[in-house]
Design a protein around this ligand. Structure first.
Ligand code: 5GP
Length: 331
């Protein structure tokens, strides 16, 4: 069995402040005193706790108490009083499983209490004040959030993420010649037309010159609406859908990020403000697919916008999951 800390102290492998020692016991200062005088009187023989005592140990235990009495006298603790306790097993809180007796003195020790200590007055005050602070912080955040035009939702909405299948895409990949030649029409929203950005020529190229379509892609004569359908797509599908020339392209990032650079012909509807843009959004014609992108990854902002569009029967809506982060690296 592994040695206890007290065996190692007795063997002088670990230092301690020894108050008394003879051939049967050692008395040391407790490393974490619970009172001004806190001494442990430890029989040297390995005994787990009181429950491990045998008849022949009666004399040893008597000796322990006499040592404790003498130590209490030495510390001048007799008149004011002192306490001798020993803990046995878990409910008593025994932590070192080598029999020992605590001698406590030097201040009023309170009533013997079988209950675990309750929070003291100062702990209770601290908890109360801490609670008040948390409530004040939450209230402040709520007020700030309610007046902030870019409100942060209290509960993060989990969107359903469905990948577009090949057949989902095929319906919209090919358009009639006329549609393919037409330039994408801006969604009728009041977004100021931004200055051209470094990626605009690349995107314009993608719009004017469709990427090679697979032989299976047949020209489609009319747009088939799929209201409320939201699908996620990767870069290639995104480029191919743009190559049809018939789409609404929405950048769902913040106006600041949009101003720094965006995909050509994209209009900006910031995902955090999609609800307040409803009056603008519902003016957009519903005769083409909607493509949305944001920073990529979880595409939360794109999904916010898609959610609003969905409510008004727009669809299909394709979310480009690579977003601006990926687009930048590829164009
Ligand atoms: P128990 O919780 O088992 O009744 O008491 C064990 C006591 O041993 C505790 O009061 C604890 O502070 C004390 N103690 C634990 N490790 C050491 C140590 O390494 N040196 C000394 N002097 N006391 C210790």
């Amino acid at each position: 069995m592994q040695q206890t800390i007290f065996e190692r102290i007795i063997a002088r492998e670990i230092p301690s402040t020894i108050e008394f020692e003879d051939d049967r016991v050692i008395a040391i200062r407790d490393i974490a005193p619970s009172a001004p005088v806190h001494v442990l009187i430890i029989p040297k023989r390995v005994i787990r706790n009181v429950d491990d005592l045998a008849e022949q140990d009666a004399e040893l235990i008597g000796h322990v108490f006499l040592v404790a009495r003498d130590l209490a006298r030495k510390y001048g603790a007799v008149d004011n009083g002192y306490r001798i306790v020993t803990n046995c097993n878990e409910h008593a809180g025994q932590t070192v499983f080598h029999l020992h007796f605590h001698l406590l003195a030097g201040e009023p020790l309170g009533r013997m209490n079988s209950r675990p200590p309750r929070p003291s007055g100062s702990t209770r005050t601290m908890l109360f004040e801490g609670g008040l602070l948390v409530i004040a912080a939450i209230a402040l955040a709520a007020v700030f959030n309610s007046i902030n035009p870019r409100q942060i939702p209290w509960v993060k909405k989990e969107y359903e993420r469905t990948q577009a299948s090949q057949s989902d895409l095929e319906k919209y990949l090919a358009v009639s010649d006329t549609a393919a030649q037409s330039k994408p029409i801006d969604v009728a929203v009041n977004t100021p037309t931004p200055e051209p950005t470094k990626t605009e020529p690349a995107a314009a190229k993608a719009t004017a010159a469709p990427v090679a379509s697979p032989a299976s892609e047949k020209p489609m004569n009319s747009f088939v609406a799929d209201p409320g359908k939201v699908l996620e797509i990767g870069h290639d599908a995104f480029v191919r859908l743009m190559s049809t020339g018939s789409f609404h392209l929405i950048d769902a990032r913040t106006p600041e990020k949009y101003a720094e650079g965006h995909i050509a012909s994209a209009i900006n509807i910031y995902g955090g403000e999609a609800q307040s843009r409803i009056p603008d959004i519902i003016q957009a014609p519903r005769d083409r697919v909607i493509l949305i992108y944001c920073d990529g990854g979880e595409c939360e902002l794109s999904h916010h916008v898609a959610d609003v569009l969905k409510q008004f029967g727009y669809g299909p809506i394709f979310i480009y999951t690579g977003g601006w982060a990926e687009w930048k690296t590829k164009h």
